[in-house]
Ligand binder design. Structure first.
Ligand code: B12
Length: 270
């Protein structure tokens, strides 16, 4: 569209619908603030990344390293050993398995690792997560949630960790996967009678999927809020639309789901 036409449209919108105009300005600003992935980070060596992310415990660090190296068998063996020693499965996911993928993602981001490296580390991590979930077995179900990644976004590593930690805390998780349109989320929320929806996105371009889902839920399943997370999402952004709660980490999401189950409203989290 030509820029003079765009400007004319903006002026018309400001005159005809000042409320919407204000909302769009606010939303646009929240969009830009702290835009994720754009800042030039200083390149970190593998050793310094390991120092930053890896656990102190040698057995846990060996699992993180096996995830980083994409060695699924070694991850499975190490996780099995720790579980047989009575280690907490949730602790293993957060402090042995996750650090490995975090280092791999940082390396990819700075051009030191490639797509197959990420995919192999992800596979290796999932091998360990599967065992932790089996160990937890059939713990009594406290509630039901949906996890999904917004339409157009294929980044599901973080969402898979969130789903695993929700399950470990007694939630029945309907995982819709990645690249999911808002309509599918809302249809499932109604059918499955869930208490909350957990949506994630890692790209600026796919953030509107969270807004759309929150709005559609408010219309068609009014008691179901959406917990929004993922590295591209900030509190500033989530606070620009209704029926949504910003949840920075998987454990905050669990606590929020507990609150919603007990009758808390999304407004109480603002
Ligand atoms: C891994 C990765 C990929 C993998 C994804 C594999 C997969 N199956 O997920 C591959 C290689 C396929 C990929 C592809 C692309 N990628 Co990419 N990718 C990344 C990378 C390196 C890491 C992301 C990640 O998994 N982090 C690890 C997890 C554990 O962290 P996390 O997701 O943030 O999750 C944590 C929290 O956020 C939270 N959380 C996560 N989800 C949720 C959900 C809820 C409900 C809650 C409460 C919390 C929560 O809990 C998690 C655990 O603590 C990032 C850069 C970076 N360092 O972050 C770029 C990045 C996200 N990618 C980017 C881009 C642009 C792309 C591509 C378009 C690249 C291209 N040109 O092909 C494509 C996208 C294709 C598409 N349509 O989606 C950009 C996005 C920029 C932006 N601002 O929009 C980034 C930031 C890279 C960059 N610096 O530019 N990518």
């Amino acid at each position: 569209m030509r820029s003079d036409i765009v400007i004319e449209k903006i002026i018309t919108l400001r005159a005809k619908d000042p409320k919407r105009y204000e909302a769009l300005i606010k939303e646009g600003m929240a969009w830009e603030q702290g835009e994720y992935g754009k800042k030039e980070k200083e390149k970190a060596s593998l050793a310094s990344l390991q120092k930053e992310y890896f656990p102190k415990d040698a057995a846990y660090a060996a699992i993180s390293k096996a995830v980083l190296e994409g060695k699924r068998d070694a991850v499975v063996k190490g996780t099995e050993e720790q579980l047989s020693k009575g280690k907490d499965p949730v602790d293993l996911v957060s402090h042995a398995l996750m650090p490995g993928i975090q280092v791999q993602c940082e390396r990819y981001d700075q051009g030191d690792a490639y797509v197959p490296d990420i995919l192999m580390s992800n596979e290796a991590m999932l091998g360990g997560i599967k065992l932790c979930q089996q160990k937890l077995g059939n713990i009594p179900k406290t509630g039901k949630v949906i996890t999904f990644v917004t339409e157009g976004d294929l980044h599901d590593i973080g969402k898979n960790i969130v789903a695993a930690i929700m399950r470990a805390n007694g939630y029945d998780v309907v995982d819709l996967g990645r690249d999911v349109p808002a309509s599918k989320v809302v249809e499932t929320a109604k059918k499955e009678n869930v208490q909350m929806v957990c949506g994630s996105t890692l790209m600026s371009t796919t953030k509107p999927g969270l807004v759309e889902t929150a709005k559609l839920l408010a219309k068609e399943a009014p008691k179901v809020p959406i917990a929004c997370g993922g590295a591209a999402v900030s509190k500033q952004f989530v606070d620009t639309f209704d029926n949504a709660i910003y949840t920075k980490s998987p454990l905050i999401t669990v606590n929020t789901a507990n609150g919603v189950r007990e009758g808390k409203n999304w407004k109480e989290y603002r």
